[in-house]
Write a protein that binds this ligand. Sequence first.
Ligand code: PMP
Length: 416
Amino acid sequence: MQITPFMTDLTNFDVQKTREDFPILHTKIHGKPLVYLDNGATTQKPQLVIDRVRELYEKKNSSIHRGVHHLSEMMTEEYEYARRTVKDFLNARDTNEIIFTSGTTGSINALAFSFGEKHVIEGDEIIISEMEHHSNIVPWQMLCERKKAKLRVIPFDENGELILNEYKLLFNEKTRIVAVTHASNSLGTINPVKEIIHIAHENNVPVMLDGAQAVQHGKIDVQDLDCDFYVFSGHKIYGPTGIGILYGKEHLLDALPPYQGGGDMIDCVRFEKTTYNVLPFKFEAGTTNYIGAIGLASAIEYVNSKGVENIAAYEKNLLQYATRRLIEVGEMTIYGNAKEKISIISFLPDKIHPYDMGMLIDKLGIAVRTGTHCTQPVMDHFSISGTIRASMVFYNTAEEIDIFIDAVKKAKMMLS
Ligand code: PMP
């Protein structure tokens, strides 16, 4: 069988040097070198981020925005520096537009609640898509239940691309918001979000993009996209867990009520009436995950140092290589064949259960995800119970893909 070569000449990216930055990549699993292809679930952390978080706990830890003492002031400055870093990374207009949350899920729940309180009444409609992660379905469904509103769903075609002609037909005078994923975690599709936003804006409807699978794979410019809200998680872009971002255009955020009450989000508290703090603090009640926020800023600086364009080019190359090699194996279906994809491949070998293959290749040191990937409607679309998902990032190599392909072949032989 002909082996497709990896086009090393297409990218100018030193992957071996990059791998040195990630201590976990040198771990052995079941006595075999770890081949980590579960980056869609969470990414590994560079030493620099691990060191940063450790240094903060060892030398600088103190609650922010509260004290006049040195440590508290220093930590507050670092936290607000982290906010500026995120603002620059997304090319937001102002730091007031950057809210720290617990993650993508936290951000969407916050928005669905707050936006729903302000703008949604009985009979209103919310548009999502058929390829959303459960995190971008359930909070809107909960809102619909609370307000007796209705969910409308953009379908996707057999390649895993949203059908925009159908999307256009979903709008009416009751449509309040569109919430779609920038890139699909189970199909890999990069959605034509600029067009999606343009169509929504023609109908005077704001758009939230779920960037959980997009921020780590390419340049995000919220002003150029003209999205109204953008959300993502720190742990998927080489940062700590438990931290995420809710970006919103300032005038839109300003008009929304807070979704949680507590310390820091207030201006003046009296038993008769409480007034709220200004943006962004209005949406950051309680002691936030300030260490996570600062760790996220370090992760973003790390990504910037590698160059977002270099990362995107390398990952595109790796995706093409892995896809070609998987097709060469034969007797399997790849789910998600959109023209524009992030480096994710969902597949299912004929007559083999995804869990069986996942467990077998785990014994060979390979970490892939099996199941529905929190996108049950996507599995329903294809009438399957789940897929095997290999999700790659810029520290994965062509050699790792070869090991993975050999393991898939071996497992296939054993299971069929
Ligand atoms: N949306 C998408 C597209 C995702 O891939 C994920 C994580 N798999 C989420 C939302 C939820 O992210 P988190 O669990 O970090 O909140």
